[in-house]
Design a protein around this ligand. Structure first.
Ligand SMILES: Cc1cc2nc3c(=O)[nH]c(=O)nc-3n(C[C@H](O)[C@H](O)[C@H](O)COP(=O)(O)OP(=O)(O)OC[C@H]3O[C@@H](n4cnc5c(N)ncnc54)[C@H](O)[C@@H]3O)c2cc1C
Length: 310
């Protein structure tokens, strides 16, 4: 099954496949399994349900690789509207937002300046609402630029979270650099199709790297955000927390909306903070394809959705 990841990601770039899949209604089971809806209301409602179950959330307005300034600005406006919606629903204590810099202008000419300004606007709106922002991490060609933007943002908004991907060979060093007091760091395995010279491509090597990174973060002074559904990684994180005498309030687990929901609730019931990543919006295609590439077992369900178109 692991062999299917690369072909699925390659196939997802085909215009024909994209057209076919994008015609799926958002109500299709395969889509709603991972994305609660296309509107702010659907995202806020889904967040309310998670909070009722003792979970917290980070919301992502879907969209990436923006090559047009108007779209970048529309994305910023969408985040500001979302943060107001969360505030009106009394949710900011339990819900923050995740932002991809490529969705707010990083790929445009002079993109680093534009993305930083746009990220500042979102961070300000988040702070006014009483919550925080985490910068998602994208493919390896953007890692240095994203970390540079994070450093600039943290001068005014030190609460801004970072993401590091264990599959990148550089990430242990990045973990050491970011394991300082007050630094919120989400550690994930990594979701993009990366070349062997920059990333571990063997699953076991990625897992070993994840554990090494986890050890650095859990032994450090920051606030680790352990983003994985992998039962082994979760139990290693829990052992490291007790070995380092970390209280449950000094780190958190994170999982994606719709994946292992029973485990999310089990961890929360045992006193852990569990944050669910809730993506919403019309641009769900790229996100859905990455989730399918991780879990080719879902392909049969997916093909049935395509055939029935409902
Ligand atoms: C909160 C959060 C934020 C993330 N942010 C980023 C980011 O900014 N940048 C980035 O590159 N990646 C991000 N990711 C994705 C991450 O890099 C992985 O691609 C993804 O989490 C799968 O890895 P895993 O650790 O769950 O381990 P895996 O080894 O992939 O999976 C472990 C187990 O989890 C379950 N599982 C995993 N995926 C699925 C699925 N799609 N459907 C059903 N079950 C599944 C299965 O039981 C599987 O055996 C994020 C993940 C999370 C949870």
């Amino acid at each position: 099954m692991a062999l299917l990841r690369e072909p699925i990601l390659l196939l997802s770039r085909s215009g024909l496949v994209k057209k076919l899949i994008s015609t799926l209604p958002v109500t299709s089971t395969i889509v709603t399994g991972y994305v609660p809806g296309e509107t702010v209301e659907s995202a806020v409602e889904a967040t309310g349900r998670l909070v009722d179950d003792g979970l917290t959330a980070t919301l992502d307005f879907l969209g990436e690789d923006t090559t047009d300034i108007d779209r970048a600005e529309a994305t910023v406006a969408a985040y500001v509207t979302l943060l107001k919606g969360l505030s009106l629903s009394g949710l900011p204590r339990h819900a923050e937002v995740s932002v991809k810099l490529s969705a707010i202008g990083q790929a445009l000419p002079d993109g680093d300046r534009i993305a930083l300004e746009n990220a500042r606007t979102i961070c300000r709106a988040a702070r006014n609402a009483g919550t925080t922002v985490t910068l998602d991490m994208e493919d390896h060609t953007t890692t240095d630029r994203t970390l540079a933007t994070l450093r600039d943002l943290r001068k005014d908004f030190p609460e801004t979270g970072a993401v590091l991907q264990a599959y990148l060979r550089r990430t242990e060093d990045d973990c050491r650099a970011l394991a300082y007091e007050g630094s919120r760091v989400r550690l994930c395995k990594g979701a993009y199709n990366e070349p062997d010279d920059v990333a571990y491509t063997d699953k076991h090597e990625v897992d070993r790297s994840y554990v090494r990174c986890l050890k650095i973060l859990m032994n450090g002074q920051g606030y680790p955000m352990i983003a994985t559904h992998d039962p082994r990684m979760i139990s290693i994180a829990a052992s490291l927390a007790s070995r380092h005498g970390r209280a449950q309030s000094t780190y958190e687990f994170q999982m994606l909306y719709g994946i292992r929901p029973a485990e999310q609730r089990r961890l929360a019931a045992s006193g852990e903070t569990v944050r669910v990543y809730v993506p919403y919006g019309q641009e769900w295609y790229g996100y859905l394809m990455r989730r399918l590439a991780e879990r080719p077992q879902n392909l049969s369900l997916f093909v049935r959705s395509l055939v029935s178109k409902r």
